[in-house]
Design a protein. Structure first.
Lengths: 152, 713
């Protein structure tokens, strides 16, 4: 066990956990931030994506020890009031079906828009192709990203 | 037996506690009486909702169906609120706990939530509206014909006076329930047919939506369970000392279905499970693999079959035929692979049990837990969370048994979560199947017979082996095969049951996915054998099936059927009816010389009767297409040494965004009773794609999933 101070969504949290515990479980089980989801545990599906110093990161694949000192943003911290352009676009396009993968989708898309304010379809494919959605919301995700890009 | 008198009032029940306002339960207190009276027949009665109009002017609708992405928490309230003429902002939705007496069947499946309750929910809304109007008329001492409702208010038209629903609800509650409240004319619908915003969309974009895996209650511990990977195998040994050495692991023990590891967080129990070095007695099925299953099925398929449909004389048609075409189609096992792995929170305490679970069957959860604990059902409270996907997987309560057994043993609330590997290894898979089809033709290429033998494991046979054994007909297994719609004078559809130890279950559209692939691929072959355009060939053989024709024509028109496509490109069409709806898809593909191909576009047309929530229907079409494409292009479950060979998403791949075709959905304008939407979009996907590949290459794909090597000649 080791003590870590994590900055999550602008707030400092002290946790005492095993150093190999993936960030995902620290967020969910220790901090109660359950918006970040578990899908595969091996970095294949993207449901657990959060931002680590702005970079989209699979939280199931990074040990807390390696996240120490980084600025972590989860879906709960993307905006205080569902006002991020992507969240608004997701609502306008009615993207979510079951919604389980959408935290990861939105966090990946948010990192994309940070890099490219007006992404092409190809850019969206490259950025989003590691995020799986079993309900099949891909077409609406694409539309919503374009819509959000227009607003930014 | 004399039929007891049944009042139509039995469909609606008003209950009222002082000051609580008007509450209408759309349910049936005496189902058996109505069945006896012939008022409800084989159709399960599914009331689905409970309406309460509160003094604070909220219209509270309790939805008893599970929300798994189909927006049922939006569409069912729309139906009630429309007849009630509520203001949409008044409508508040809550999720029902399991309660068979209150809600009837809460099972969410068979694309049935709307089609089985549309009329009843309208009637409930209409009855409440009439009672509110009468209460208002009484207050004003005017004739109720002078009063009307609009946007949550009762209005006295001549004077313009008005009451909110909230102001009248206590008075309305004491009035008799109208037996036959007038229903709106469809032209007056204000929500039905409009795409109202999703009730849960906001919570699904900010992390607030609570799935089963997100439940956290005081004193809760975490657990995971591993079962023997080989079906039918048992635990041999495990190293509990090594597991308990892991920080955070509290306990490890055997339960009926496998080994449970308990700890203070998920990571601890996952590590504990790995450290435990569990050994298994794999049992007899360890000698089985996919090719042995296939061989067994093929061999059995040569033997006796049970007839599902027989018209005319196929044998004679074969004797008289100028041409006979015989082919075999094959479909593999596949997994549901919901994004949220199976999980359940259970708290067993003092002979009671409280459960929080993402389930399609709250009442099955309740009975399963009650049986496991040997307590009466009312001692088990079941809260239904959001479901991170269902698709039929959550019609089972196997994972509930795990959670209940653990909580019972440790006396604490537990969140039992399967890893993805466990979820993939212990699904109830879409049955693998083999389809032997043959047809005869005259010299002029007129089809004179159609025969289809379905060779597949039986879900019913697995559930009730005493009722469905070898040689018996599982009607469900021939769904989509026995009702082949084409007008051919001699038809024979039969079935051979080929059960194995591999658990099988209801996978989105159930046997329609396999049978539609076989039907619609084969009819395409007949069209090409006859040298006829496959779209026109279908039209000719469906000339008396208006709804098939409607979707075929709409899809073909919107897709530009007949327009030239470039080199390497092809277009295919398929149509199928299931769950009370008709769907046609036109797929366009591009095939490269190396056999790689892309699905570029799918144009779908659906006739689901009245379109209650059109955007929801479009979503379900898009979803059915993606789900269907995954099983057409990749997602295959194979068996090796008696176990599932795929462990995670690197081996069981799903369609990704860069493979997503352009999808267009068109809805037939209809006043017919509503049909289903969740499943009907799936069955015609695979054949539309394989028919398009044939159009592009001349190669006929009869086995799923399609592989690039199939397209290299």
């Amino acid at each position: 066990m080791a003590k870590y101070t994590l900055t999550v969504n602008g707030k400092k949290h002290r946790v005492n956990v095993e150093d190999d515990m993936p960030l995902l479980w620290v967020l969910r089980d220790e901090l109660g931030l359950t918006g970040t989801k578990f899908g595969c545990g091996r970095g294949f599906c993207g449901t657990c994506i959060v931002h680590l110093d702005g970079e989209p990161t699979r939280s199931c694949m990074i040990a807390v020890d390696n996240a120490n000192g980084s600025k972590i943003t989860t879906i709960e911290g993307l905006s205080p009031d569902v006002s991020h352009p992507l969240q608004k676009a997701w609502i306008a396009e009615e993207v979510p079906q079951c919604g389980y993968c959408q935290s990861g989708q939105i966090m990946t898309a948010a990192a994309l828009l940070e890099q490219k304010t007006n992404p092409s379809d190809k850019d969206i494919d490259v950025a989003m192709k590691m995020n799986l959605c079993r309900c099949g919301t891909y077409q609406r995700i694409r539309k919503a990203i374009h819509r959000a890009a227009e607003e930014i | 037996m004399a039929h007891p008198t049944v009042s139509r009032r039995d469909f609606l029940k008003v209950s009222s506690t002082a000051g609580a306002g008007l509450m209408i339960g759309v349910f049936l207190p005496v189902k058996e009486r109505l069945i006896d009276a012939g008022l409800v027949s084989g159709q399960p009665f599914e009331p689905n909702a409970f309406l309460a109009i509160n003094p604070d002017n909220t219209v509270a609708i309790t939805v008893a169906k599970s929300e798994m992405g189909q927006h049922i928490r939006t569409s069912l309230p729309m139906i009630i609120a429309d007849e009630l003429d509520a203001d949409w902002s008044q409508v508040k939705v809550t999720q029902a706990d399991a309660h068979p007496d209150k809600y009837g069947s809460q099972g969410t499946g068979g694309s049935g939530s709307i089609r089985r309750s549309f009329g009843k929910l309208r009637k409930a809304g209409a009855a409440a509206r009439e009672m509110l109007i009468e209460a208002g008329a009484n207050e004003w001492n005017v004739d109720k014909s002078e009063c009307a409702v609009s946007n949550g208010k009762v209005i006295h038209k001549p004077s313009g006076r008005q009451f909110t629903f909230g102001e009248l609800t206590n008075k309305a509650a004491s009035l008799p329930v109208p037996e036959d409240p007038p229903l709106k004319s469809p032209k007056d619908f204000k929500f039905i047919g409009k795409s109202m915003p999703g009730m849960d969309t906001r919570s699904r974009v900010n992390g607030a939506a609570k799935y089963g895996i997100d439940v956290q209650i005081p004193d809760m511990v975490y657990a995971t369970v591993v079962r023997c990977p080989t079906f039918g195998g048992k635990v041999k040994s495990f190293n509990s000392r090594a597991a308990k050495k892991i920080t955070g692991v509290k306990d490890i023990f055997e339960i009926e279905e496998g080994v449970a590891v308990i700890g203070t967080n998920t990571w601890a129990v996952v590590k504990g499970q790995r450290a435990a070095d569990i050994k298994w007695n794999h049992g007899k099925f360890a000698k089985w693999n996919s090719s042995r299953i296939r061989t067994m099925m093929k061999k059995k398929g040569l033997g006796n079959a049970v007839v599902a449909r027989e018209e005319g004389d196929v044998a004679k048609a074969q004797q008289d035929a100028d041409n006979v075409l015989e082919v075999v189609y094959e479909v593999p096992f596949t997994s549901h692979a919901t994004m949220e792995p199976m999980n359940c929170v259970a708290h067993v305490k003092n002979g009671k049990c409280e459960i929080w679970v993402p389930t399609q069957v709250p009442q099955r959860v309740q009975t399963t837990a009650a049986e496991a604990l040997d307590v009466p059902e009312e001692k088990v409270i079941v809260h239904v969370t959001m479901l991170g996907g269902g698709f039929g997987r959550r019609l089972w309560a196997d994972f509930v048994t795990d959670a209940v057994a653990i909580s019972k043993k440790i006396g604490k609330p537990v969140l039992m979560l399967w890893t993805r590997e466990e979820d993939m290894a212990h699904d109830f898979y879409r049955p693998t199947s083999i389809h032997k089809l043959s047809s005869t033709m005259t010299k002029k290429n007129k089809a004179t017979s159609w025969s289809h033998r379905v060779i597949a494991p039986s879900i019913s046979g697995q559930l009730s082996p005493e009722r469905f054994s070898d040689g018996q007909l599982d009607r469900s297994a021939v769904n989509g095969a026995s009702n082949v719609p084409y007008e051919i004078s001699n038809i024979l559809v039969d079935y051979v049951m080929t059960n194995t130890q591999v658990p099988v279950g209801w996978w989105r559209s159930v046997y329609n996915s396999q049978n539609a692939f076989a039907n619609e691929g084969f009819i395409d072959e007949l069209a090409h054998a006859a040298g006829t355009d496959p779209y026109k060939f279908r039209l000719k053989l469906l000339k008396n099936s208006a709804r098939h024709l409607g979707v075929l024509k709409l899809a073909a028109e919107k897709a530009g059927w007949g327009n030239k496509l470039g080199k390497g490109r092809g277009r295919g069409i398929a149509v199928h009816e299931s769950f009370g709806s008709w769907v046609a898809h036109v797929a366009e593909v591009t095939v490269n010389s190396n056999g790689n191909f892309t699905v570029d576009r799918i144009v779908g047309a659906i006739d689901c009767g009245v379109a209650v929530h059109p955007d929801g229907i479009r979503m379900q079409m898009e979803s059915g297409i993606v789900y269907g494409l995954t099983s057409t292009l990749k997602g295959e479950i194979t068996i090796k040494d008696g176990a599932v060979a795929q462990s995670n998403f690197h081996e069981f791949e799903l369609l990704r965004i860069d493979e997503m075709p352009k999808v267009e959905t068109y809805i037939v304008d209809s006043h017919e009773a509503p049909g289903g939407a969740g499943e009907p979009g799936l069955p015609p996907v695979a054949p539309a794609v394989t028919n398009a590949i044939f159009d592009a290459t001349g190669i006929r794909i009869r086995k799923l999933p399609i592989r690039p090597e199939d397209l290299r000649v």
